[in-house]
Design a protein around this ligand. Structure first.
Ligand code: GMT
Length: 369
């Protein structure tokens, strides 16, 4: 089967899921064609059966806003024709879903051979919870979701939200995020635990400033440090806050990092204090490395993390509660051993690629007919 995948290629959970999915599919014998404006950050183009097609957005003085969506739709249609794509799988509804719809319509025309090009839309979170609900995008988001031949959401929470908000009449299938448990593995056990880790795109929804506040609280009892991986609009404010709170020498702002699977095992606890999180891929990747997550009880995180069993869930903005959990995990050996082993077990038994990829494959077979 020949599959076209479109995603945001820079840092962000949806692009990571799309890229890992494409590489897993290629390993299983599919020809996978990535269509995007840049090479997805985790994509290894040396892998057999992986292809990358860049979308060029030509500018013109008349265009105040370069029309990326149209350039993407044209490229999708071209690639589909040249490489006999059986379907398109787009990640993040806006604008990928409407571009896929346009490409599908273009291919359906008799003058280009009247080919069928079904498409699957995978909803990841902010495409529904923030951007899609914005008035200017609401009608087109609903339309493009409805036009999809298959719709998936990465959690029950997101599925319910999509149905509630957009009144979608078609079935929305839940296919959770996944992790490669051979690549994401526990590191060496350390006698002394001191390292907290946060990974994100530093958008306001991630509440990265809370990580700095948590570190300050934790340092009242433990000589802890914080690794902050990623970059985005709230990095500067977080750096400023670290200075103000007098903890800057205990925080490493690492910027965007490749091979996150090598970084995670260096940490003892993952912090995910988000305002909203449709699933929480960073928490899952940490769990696969037996690093317990402390996350907020919001969106889809309770589907992944069972409070007190394989991680902790606290209320959004509750710095003291999140800090207290971090101190417990850093200081209590018995508790740490139990939660960390359970975290790895959850990742292995429920979210491993070997379990989740076949669910996508079955969907493709149904849709491509
Ligand atoms: O984390 C982000 O804000 C990026 C965003 C994206 O779409 O790139 O992530 C979303 O998709 C991830 C992968 O499916 C989910 O694990 C994240 O929970 C979700 N983020 C939010 O809902 C805020």
């Amino acid at each position: 089967m020949n599959i076209g995948i479109t995603c945001y290629p820079t840092y962000g959970g949806s692009g990571i899921v799309a890229t890992e999915l494409g590489m897993e599919l290629a390993a299983r014998g599919y020809d996978v064609h990535f269509i995007s404006y840049a090479n997805p950050i985790r994509l290894d183009t040396a892998i057999p059966r992986i292809h990358y097609h860049e979308v060029e957005v030509s500018n013109y003085p008349l265009f105040h806003f370069p029309p990326y969506c149209l350039a993407l739709a044209s490229r999708m249609a071209e690639v589909a024709e040249c490489y006999h794509l059986d379907l398109l799988h787009v990640h993040y509804a806006i604008p990928h879903s409407i571009a896929a719809h346009l490409a599908k319509e273009m291919l359906a025309q008799k003058m280009t051979g009247g080919r069928r090009l079904p498409f699957v839309t995978t909803l990841h979170g902010t495409d529904i919870t923030l951007v899609g609900m914005d008035r200017s995008y609401f009608p087109i988001t609903r339309f493009s979701i409805e036009q999809s031949d298959g719709i998936t959401a990465i959690s029950e929470y997101l599925r319910n939200k999509t149905i509630d908000v957009f009144n979608v009449s078609k079935p929305v299938e839940v296919i959770h995020n996944f992790v490669n448990c051979d690549l994401y593995r526990p590191g060496e056990k350390r006698a002394k635990r001191t390292t907290l880790l946060h990974i994100s795109n530093f958008r306001p929804v991630k509440r990265v400033l809370d990580c700095v506040r948590i570190l300050r609280e934790v340092r009242k009892s433990v000589d802890a440090r914080l690794l902050m991986a990623g970059d985005g609009p709230d990095r500067g404010p977080a750096e400023m806050l670290a200075h103000e709170l007098g903890v800057s020498e205990h925080i490493d702002f690492l910027g965007k990092r490749d091979h996150i699977e090598r970084l995670i095992p260096e940490a003892d606890v993952l912090l995910l204090p988000s305002e909203i999180e449709a699933f929480g891929l960073a928490a899952l990747e940490a769990m696969a490395c037996a690093v317990p997550p402390i996350a907020t009880r919001t969106g889809g995180t309770p589907e992944l993390i069972t409070h007190g069993v394989d991680g902790f869930l606290e209320a959004v903005g509750e710095i003291e509660a999140q800090s207290a959990r971090a101190v417990e995990l850093l200081t209590d050996d018995v508790l740490y051993a139990r939660i960390s082993a359970a975290a790895r077990k959850t990742a292995e038994t429920r979210y491993c690629t070997s379990r989740i990829i076949p669910v996508y494959e079955r969907m493709y077979e149904r849709i491509a007919g």
